[in-house]
Design a binder for this molecule. Structure first.
Ligand code: HEM
Length: 536
């Protein structure tokens, strides 16, 4: 009797919620293969990255309708003007979707990725000083020292009897984890020295139950938020961990908060006393300030620690992996970078380059931009219209009635998915070779011809506007130090038969995977040889 009643209750609750669904029926889009899952299962379990969406964009244009779970209609968009409108012009008018926020809450707490509106503004204001260009230059030396550690690849290669192939995707996340631990929190993970800790273990496995999700998991993740129940009941249901994924994400947050609390206890006094703008000091001072516009309570500070550790290491590591992969196929481009480095070395005899010197190498920086463009590790951004609105388009799309639309009217509550991956490969923005690797496009192309988007070179890989990545300068500087340090000591090539795909995960950074071994997670085996004559 009880199960039947419960089922009837939920069915009614779902039905009531469906009445509130917004309609995009005037837009074309792929058919929904199932009422329960919509297109979600094919998106999250696709063979490679965003190939499924690629097919839809080719068929329907840069804005179309698709279906989420329980029949929820969503707008998918990659149009330049639409992205500029949503991310930049609208400020906070397109907040994150409820599903993204609940996920963020579960594994990152009430930190800056979860926060919206005034709470977000307050947190961002408190944290911004730690991410200014001048502040970040102080970390450069730390990045360089970490690269030196990664460079013990040379020793490993000598010790290895089994050939010269190394899985760089196992090394780079460890190096970037060490960097974020030490630069942000004066905390030594020592991951490059193979030291394991409760936190690095929790982090290593955080995405394990999220890749290739089953139909049941996809349904379970979001069904709780589709019920037409009062918000406080939904929040209560949401707060209960139910799936293995829920437990794993919560384990990461709990562990991270525990380590964060120990950090605050051991280093908080010192950090508050020094008049510095490093991340830990900025966080501790914002916890102690009387200024309510910048004050963060302890739980918020601990959530920022979890957020920065997670947002700040795999993203950068996987981007470096993709760049190394592209360069491994093109020895002549590796040489070109090494030549640029050698030229700088003629003028600089110290061990390490300065930030200005890294910035002064045109081809090297074009390679970084091209890596970010072609391989955005955050492939999609989920937003929701905060009010009735009209989204402008640069390229008209054909409606179901055959007319062409240059604007898309959306109602408050409409879910909008920004396809970063597709925007970064639009031929109308990047030219006919948009899907190919060609760093020279950043040397020859006048960005003034493009709509201004994002925070770096008109790619939206770091998002943009009020929610743009706070760590983008940190990431670019870290990539410069790592790539220069690695390339001047090693040459890379692709091992025979390497067949890579992009991890299609929706909630975690999209690293490289082996097509025939996707269940093994992120991997990038490359042939690595010490350079015969280092240029320095
Ligand atoms: C290549 C490396 C990186 C990429 C591609 C990247 C990408 C992104 C993207 C797309 C967002 C927006 C997410 C959204 O709106 O849903 C974001 C936000 C964020 N990123 Fe990054 N990120 C990178 C590196 C970093 C680093 C190194 C840090 C910290 C040291 C960092 C910290 C953050 C934080 C705190 C936010 C939230 C900002 C806010 O909501 O105000 N990221 N990142």
């Amino acid at each position: 009797m009880f199960p039947a009643l419960a089922a009837a209750f939920f069915a009614i609750a779902i039905l009531i919620r469906r009445v509130q669904y917004k309609s995009l029926r005037f837009l074309r889009g792929p058919p929904s293969p199932s009422f329960l899952l919509g297109n979600n299962y094919e998106i999250e379990n696709q063979e490679d990255g965003t190939l499924v969406e690629d097919k839809w964009f080719k068929e329907y244009g840069t804005a179309f309708r698709y279906t989420g779970i329980l029949g929820l209609e969503k707008l998918m968009v990659a149009d330049a003007k639409a992205l500029q409108y949503i991310l930049h012009t609208s400020g906070y008018r397109f907040p994150k979707s409820r599903d993204s926020r609940e996920l963020a809450l579960r594994f990152l707490g009430k930190g800056i990725i979860w926060a919206e509106g005034q709470v977000h503004q307050r947190q961002r204001k408190a944290m911004n000083p730690a991410f200014s260009a001048s502040q970040l230059k102080q970390f450069l030396n730390l990045f360089q020292v970490s690269v030196d550690k990664a460079n013990k690849w040379g020793q490993m290669l000598q010790d290895k009897k089994s050939g010269d192939t190394l899985d760089v995707a196992q090394w780079l996340p460890r190096a970037t984890l060490d960097v974020i631990g030490e630069s942000a929190f004066d905390f030594k993970f020592d991951a490059l020295d193979n030291k394991s800790s409760e936190l690095s273990d929790a982090m290593k496995h955080v995405a394990d139950d999220s890749r290739d999700p089953s139909q049941l998991l996809i349904l379970f993740r979001t069904w709780r938020r589709r019920l037409a129940l009062p918000d406080f009941v939904l929040e209560l249901i949401d707060s209960l961990p139910i799936t293995k994924e829920d437990f794993r994400l919560e384990h990461f947050l709990k562990t991270s908060k525990k380590v964060g609390k120990e950090l605050l206890e051991s280093k908080g006094e010192d950090a508050a006393a020094r008049d510095e703008k490093d991340i830990l000091s900025v966080l501790v001072r914002s916890n102690r300030t009387e200024d309510l516009k910048k004050r963060m309570d302890e739980d918020e500070v601990l959530s920022q620690i979890a957020t920065l550790i997670l947002a700040g290491h795999e993203t950068t590591a996987y981007t470096i992996c993709w760049i190394l992969y592209e360069l491994a196929m093109r020895p002549e481009q590796q040489e070109r970078i090494v030549e640029e480095l050698a030229e700088i070395r003629l003028r600089n005899s110290t061990d390490y380059l300065t930030a200005q010197e890294y910035d002064s190498m045109p081809f090297f920086n074009a390679v970084i931009k091209e890596g970010l463009r072609l391989h955005p590790v955050v492939a999609r951004l989920n937003r929701v219209a905060g009010q009735d609105d009209v989204i402008p388009l640069a390229e008209s799309v054909k409606s179901t009635s055959g007319d062409y639309m240059s604007h898309i009217p959306v109602q408050k509550g409409q879910n909008v998915t920004i396809d970063v991956f597709r925007y970064n490969r639009l031929t109308s923005v990047w030219g006919e070779d948009a899907s190919e690797w060609n760093p020279s496009r950043f040397l020859n192309r006048d960005l003034k011809d493009q709509l201004s988007l994002g925070v770096y070179s008109n790619v939206v890989t770091f998002s943009g506007g009020v929610r743009g990545c706070i760590g983008w300068r940190f990431a670019v500087m870290e990539m410069q130090a790592f790539l220069a340090g690695i390339l001047q000591n090693f040459e890379f090539a692709v091992p025979p038969g390497l067949d890579l795909v992009t991890c299609p995960t929706v909630n975690f950074a999209a690293g490289p995977m082996l097509r025939d071994n996707k269940d093994k997670g992120i991997h990038l085996p490359l042939v690595v040889r010490a350079r015969a004559k280092p240029t320095v």
